[in-house]
Design a protein. Sequence first.
Length: 163
Amino acid sequence: MKKQKVLYLHGLESPQGGPKVDFLAKKGYVCAPDIDYTRSDIFTYLVSFVEEFEPDVIIGSSMGGYAAWILGGLYDIPVVAFNPALHSRTFEPKLPRFVKQHIPSKLHVVLGEKDTVIPHIQTLDYMKDWIKDRYVDYKVHSVKTMGHRVPLEEFIDIYNKIF
């Protein structure tokens, strides 16, 4: 089996790297850039990683899940989004208006039912509105015991279920 190339996008207040990236690196090739979502050229910055690395899948958490959702839609790359900040964002990253209309055609969304930052019920409602009338191969994974932060064990469990 060919090793996958994974672009991993961390969340707004999370550091680059860490145990999840270490786990992904054991499974294939991983690109995990250090991201400041407040930078004015955030879109160009993120696009450069997609175009240079050419990932097979984009995995993102929170704000990284929102960015993965958009990039996956733009480039037709499968996405795994953990508690994606599709709503309830504390600020709006500087993304061109047109990109916000894109949705990945293949998508796994992982939602923590105890998430108080990005409430999972609102995410489900948002997805229902955005996905209707579009072809999207998607699966929602709800984790009853998970909040906004994704424990390594849950991350590995979801990864193994998907891949």
